[in-house]
Design a protein around this ligand. Structure first.
Ligand code: NAD
Length: 496
């Protein structure tokens, strides 16, 4: 396939051109097109959902024994691993992340399919304690057509976290990837097909969320939406779901505090705080974007952190030494710049960064350097709103009470980090922090075996974990009568 050709998309088991407008996926490091494709149209949404519904009803997937479904998921994991380098390079181009990071995301996607294959074949249904002349059971059934709506920041890993448990649960899935990063979801659909998944069970709808994602969410045959993205979009989806009485899981934004207590191991804390905010160029929901440092330590810590941040290698995502690539788009970089300007207007000071780099590749792509703002209060807008870029706000604190009040004073509650040598102190603080995930003496570490999700405006529901598969299944109770006599109430005697 040459660049001039238009990529087909996968609708209801057929690879064909989308019915919407032609557009390009562009490489954020240069702004150059990587591939051209036609967005899906509303007719494509209808065809994908109807096709998924038919595949759910007639392909036999839902009826396959769990170990048989697991075998296909293991094959998907295997094919992702076989094609790992090709996928990682494609993702680098689609999204601009450094190659080492995209390799890790591809590996994580393979691990996710493997994990949910195992979860699928080991999921136990229960015989519940009987309270009558019956055997009572609790079992799980597939839901039907599930929509997986994903953002642009971690393609393939985000999709895998939804598609793997949904398929494991016996469902069909319609994926709506972010408009600007459609390529990996299409590759994943190809891999599912090559692994022997019945056709029609996975479709991919690239294009505008406000059009396609909205129609998908509203569709009566869509029985669940699993969404990862911004809080505003998540709330919109929640409203539609409420009208349909449809379960949703919403993985949304964050403004996560990382806390350096006065007894922290500074080497670990500096490395962890840097990684927490500046890896992925800060385009991470769990970015540790609000830094709280014990006042006694503040200057010493900030001097070390700033010096180390200034050394981070920002540049060509294809270079294995690169730590930070470009931001996803010109528009997103402009939004990050507006936040930095706002922080300065609010009385903040730049400790580092704050200006676009120039020269060479920097002039072509959407690069932005590690930036640290200080001198602000936690109530100010840049400390409260998600910037989704490499911008850290640093705030000193005086007491743990004062710290806790500020750290929890956010609409978001996705993650938090604590750096301390005292495990008892960290334990007590960790239990009081309001967040879906708390990292202690580490940050931004993930395991598919550990549930993940946010509180408050950071979301609803949990992904991952062995029981993550149950998000995509309906629970049913079965009662088996064991009476020797007819039910007494009717007064009917046996044999009459
Ligand atoms: P976004 O909300 O703009 O878009 C996410 C997805 O929703 C895209 O596929 C988009 O096309 C679709 N969409 C847009 N409008 C829609 C609508 N009206 N109905 C249905 N779907 C619609 O988010 P984004 O800019 O792509 O991603 C960045 C956001 O994602 C950040 O806020 C980040 O924190 C969040 N995020 C959260 C997690 C998490 O696990 N909590 C992980 C990654 C990203």
């Amino acid at each position: 396939m040459t660049l001039e050709q238009t990529l087909p998309i996968c609708i209801a088991g057929t690879w064909r051109l989308g019915g919407g407008e032609r557009y390009a996926s562009c490489y954020p490091a240069t702004g150059e097109p990587v591939a051209w494709l036609n967005a899906a149209s509303l007719e494509d949404v209808e065809a994908a959902v109807q096709g998924a519904h038919l595949a759910f009803l007639h392909s036999g997937w839902a009826q396959r024994k769990p170990h048989e479904r697991a075998a296909v998921l293991y094959r998907i994991a295997g094919l992702i691993r076989e094609r790992a380098e090709e996928l990682a390079q494609l993702q680098r181009q689609d999204n601009g992340k450094p190659i080492n990071e995209t390799r890790a995301l591809v590996a994580s996607a393979a691990g996710t399919f493997q994990f949910f294959a195992a979860a699928c074949e080991t999921l136990e249904e229960t015989i519940t304690p009987s309270r009558g002349d019956f055997v009572s059971m609790s079992v799980y059934e597939p839901m039907g057509v599930v929509a997986a709506i994903t953002p642009w920041n971690s393609p393939i890993a985000s999709e895998a976290q939804k598609v793997a448990p949904a398929l494991a649960g016996g469902n069909a899935v319609v994926i709506k990837p972010a408009e600007i990063t459609p390529l990996l979801a299409l590759q994943l659909a190809r891999i599912c097909e090559d692994a022997g998944l019945p056709k029609g069970l996975v479709s991919v709808l690239p294009g505008k969320g406000s059009l396609l994602g909205d129609a998908l969410t509203r569709h009566p045959l869509v029985k669940r939406v699993s969404f990862t993205g911004g809080t505003r979009t998540g709330k919109h989806i929640a409203h539609i779901a409420a009208d349909k009485m449809m379960p949703v899981s919403l993985e949304l934004g964050g403004k996560s505090p990382t806390i350096v207590l006065d007894d922290a191991d500074l080497d670990h804390a500096v490395a962890g705080v840097l990684y927490g905010i500046f890896s992925s160029s800060g385009e991470a929901c769990i970015a540790g974007s609000r830094l709280f440092v014990a006042r006694a330590l503040y200057e010493r810590f900030m001097a070390r952190l700033t010096a180390a941040a200034a050394q981070l290698r920002l540049g060509d995502p294809a270079d294995e030494r690169t730590q930070m690539g470009p931001l996803i788009s010109a528009g997103h970089r402009a939004s990050v710049e507006r936040y930095v300007a706002l922080g300065l207007a609010e009385g903040g000071r730049l400790r580092l960064g704050g200006e676009r780099p120039s020269g060479g590749l920097y002039d072509q792509g959407y690069f932005y350097p590690p930036t640290i703002l200080e001198g602000l209060g936690n109530h100010q807008q840049v400390c409260q709103e998600e910037i989704f870029g490499p911008v850290l706000v640093a705030l000193p604190f005086d007491s743990e009470e004062d710290l806790l009040a500020q750290a929890n004073d956010s609409l978001y509650a996705l993650a938090a980090g604590i750096w301390s040598r005292d495990y008892k102190r960290a334990w007590a603080l960790g239990r009081k922090l309001q967040a879906g995930t708390v990292w202690i003496n580490t940050y931004k570490q993930f395991s598919i075996s550990t549930p993940f999700g946010g509180w408050r405006d950071s979301g609803l529901g949990r992904e991952k974990g062995r029981l993550g598969i149950l998000q995509y299944m309906e629970q049913k109770s079965l009662y088996w009568g064991m009476n020797q006599q007819p039910l007494a109430w009717a007064g009917v005697e046996a044999g009459q």
